[in-house]
Design a protein around this ligand. Structure first.
Ligand SMILES: [Fe+2]
Length: 309
C-alpha cells in the first residue's frame, strides 16, 4: 500500500446548500434529530450567507452536517450528476424498521420506504429544498446520537454512514478514489458501487451511484444542491502530502490549505465532478483552546437562527 493511501481516515463533514435557514433548522433538529452546534457565515465570497452546523451528541468529526441557506439570496442550484447524490446517516436496524418510516410520515416527509442495498436496509428522503438524505440500518455504528422529545437514544441518528456520489461514468471516479485517496472497491449492487477506506463501515464508505443518462448538476453554491464532502486527514503535514500526491497524479485542481477556524482544508475537484475536501482533525496551528480540534458547542445551541451583526 502506498504511504499516501493511509492518510484519509473517513468522512470529516458534509456540506450542502439549502433553502431558508429556519426551515433547515426545523428539518435538521426535529425531523432528523440533529443537534445544532454552531452558526457562522460563509467564508468564501462576499455574500452574507449563514453557515449552520449540526452533529450528534458529542459533535464528533464524522457527524457534522453543515448547510448554507441560499434561498434568501435568490440563488438556486440544479441537481444532477457530478454531485453528491445523498448523504447517508446510520441508525440501528431496529430503528429503521420500527421507528423511522412512521416518524417521517408524521412530519409529512415523502420517503422511499424501506429499501435494500449491499444487504443493508435504507430509507431515502429529501429535505425541503431537495437535497437527499438516507438513513441506513447499521448496528456497527455505536456513536452517541442526539435525542429529542420524539427521538429516543435507541432510535437516534449516530453520524454519517456513507456519502453517495452521482456520476455519469464510473471509471474516472473509481481511479480517483482508489489510486488517489486509497479507497478499495468492496461491492457492487445494481447501479451502486461501494468503496471502503481503512476497512470500511460507518463513516468509512463512499458509494458511487451510476446515472449515465442524467445531466450534470451545478457546481455553484445554490439552494437545493450539495456542495462538497470532506474527508478527514490527521494534520497539516499529511494534508500537504496528500495534496502533492494527487496533484502529481494529475488532479491539479486543488486549492491551497484554507483556515476554516476549526480545521484546515484543501479542496480538490474529483474527475466525476464532485468537490472533495481534505480536512484536518488535529494540529491546527493557531489553536487557542483545547477544544479546537472538535466543534466547540455553541452556548446558544438551539433551534432558532441567532441573528448577529
Ligand atoms: Fe467543508
Amino acid at each position: 500500500m502506498r504511504e499516501e493511501h493511509s492518510i484519509v481516515t473517513g468522512i470529516h463533514h458534509c456540506t450542502i446548500c439549502v433553502g431558508a435557514a429556519q426551515e433547515d433548522i426545523d428539518f435538521m433538529t426535529k425531523v432528523i434529530g440533529q443537534r445544532m452546534i454552531k452558526q457562522t457565515v460563509l467564508f468564501d465570497g462576499t455574500a452574507p450567507i449563514y453557515h449552520l452546523y449540526y452533529a450528534n451528541k458529542n459533535a464528533e468529526i464524522g457527524t457534522v452536517m453543515t448547510t448554507f441557506p441560499f434561498k434568501q439570496a435568490g440563488v438556486f442550484g440544479r441537481r444532477g450528476t457530478g454531485q453528491i447524490a445523498a448523504t447517508a446517516y446510520s441508525v440501528s436496524e431496529n430503528a429503521i424498521q420500527t421507528f423511522w418510516p412512521g416518524h417521517l410520515d408524521k412530519h409529512g416527509v415523502k420517503h422511499s420506504g424501506l429499501q435494500k442495498r449491499f444487504g443493508q436496509t435504507y430509507i431515502r428522503f429529501s429535505e425541503p429544498s431537495g437535497n437527499v438524505y438516507e438513513l441506513v440500518g447499521d448496528d456497527r455504528d455505536k456513536r452517541a446520537g442526539w435525542t429529542t422529545d420524539e427521538i429516543s437514544e435507541v432510535n437516534s441518528v449516530k453520524g454519517f454512514n456513507a456519502t453517495i456520489m452521482s456520476v455519469r461514468e464510473l471509471e474516472g471516479q473509481h481511479d480517483y478514489l482508489t489510486i488517489g485517496l486509497g479507497f478499495e472497491k468492496s461491492a457492487t449492487d445494481g447501479k451502486y458501487t461501494r468503496y471502503d477506506i481503512q476497512g470500511g463501515g460507518p463513516c468509512k464508505t463512499v458509494i458511487l451511484e451510476h446515472n449515465p443518462d442524467t445531466k450534470a448538476g451545478t457546481w455553484t453554491f445554490g439552494a437545493g444542491t450539495p456542495h462538497h464532502v470532506a474527508f478527514a486527514v490527521a494534520n497539516d503535514e499529511v494534508q500537504a502530502k496528500l495534496k502533492a500526491y494527487v496533484e502529481g497524479l494529475g488532479y491539479t485542481d486543488a486549492s491551497e490549505s484554507k483556515d476554516r477556524n476549526y480545521f484546515h482544508s484543501v479542496y480538490n475537484r474529483s474527475p466525476g465532478g464532485i468537490l472533495c475536501e481534505f480536512s484536518t482533525t488535529s494540529g491546527v496551528a493557531q489553536a487557542s483552546s483545547t477544544d479546537r480540534t472538535t466543534y466547540k458547542t455553541s452556548e446558544r445551541t438551539g433551534t432558532a437562527v441567532l441573528l448577529v451583526g
